[in-house]
Design a protein around this ligand. Structure first.
Ligand SMILES: *Cc1c(COP(=O)(O)O)cnc(C)c1O
Length: 232
């Protein structure tokens, strides 16, 4: 993609997010676009940042470290969206804004421990596998209520909501029930006694289905292909 295509695409994605929010009677400002930069070059990411991308999502720790360093002069927020190995967490806790992909108490504990060493509080989301598909990361919906309660005990890792990644589907409507399920799970977790401030964020929706996710209550959408084109 040329820089001007990236600029155009960002504007288009933002417009579609706003339209979906309005259809659902929501404030478009309540939805954050996370621009997913995995496999993209620093030059491509810079074009996106110049077009107004502020929140950048990366799957791989090493790629995120390298790109964050290369773009150090840019005023951006990094989001960790990929599966995390506990031994790599220390590399990202000094600078990431939000970890979307916490799928065990062990990972949450390591974030807490490392954030304390870095002298900060690090917000994170509990990743839930709402579709029950075997190959996907994330805790089962049935475990999420109890886990969320346990994660509240942390002082430096701060639970702020839920994330999900449904199976690939060409038809965005296929995933609507999964997005709805995540929202309903959030409501159940609040009903179980978890304070609302720990459940404000719902990270759901990618290139093919972000509008449906916004209609179902997403506060963070993670979009790569619609901005940068197909990955190699
Ligand atoms: C790659 C990825 C995305 C973005 O996917 P697109 O279909 O390119 O928008 C979003 N979330 C996660 C966790 C990803 O790995």
């Amino acid at each position: 993609m040329s820089d001007s295509e990236i600029v155009h695409n960002i504007g288009e994605v933002k417009r579609r997010i706003a339209a979906a929010a309005e259809r659902a009677g929501r404030d478009p400002d309540d939805v954050v676009l996370v621009t997913v930069t995995k496999t993209r070059s620093v030059a491509e990411i810079r074009a996106a940042v110049e077009a107004g991308a502020v929140d950048l999502g990366e799957n791989y720790v090493q790629e995120m470290e390298e790109k964050a360093e290369a773009l150090a002069e840019c005023d951006v927020r990094w989001h960790a969206i990929g599966h995390l190995q506990t031994n790599k967490i220390r590399k990202i806790t000094p600078f990431v804004s939000l970890v979307h992909s916490v799928d065990s108490l062990r990972v949450a504990n390591e974030i807490d421990r490392r954030a304390e060493m870095d002298g900060r509080v690090l917000p994170f989301l509990l990743q839930v596998n709402v579709s029950g598909e075997e190959s996907k990361f994330g805790v089962a919906a049935a475990e999420a209520v109890e886990l969320a309660g346990q994660m509240l005990e942390l002082e430096h890792g701060l639970l702020v909501g839920l994330m999900t990644m449904p199976p690939y589907s060409e038809d965005p409507e296929t995933n609507r029930p999964f997005f709805r399920r995540l929202r309903e799970l959030r409501d159940r977790i609040i009903d179980s006694g978890v304070p609302e401030r720990h459940m404000r964020q719902l990270s759901m929706g990618m290139t093919r289905d972000f509008e449906v996710a916004v209609e179902e209550g997403a506060t963070l959408v993670r979009v790569g292909t619609a901005i940068f084109g197909p990955r190699q």
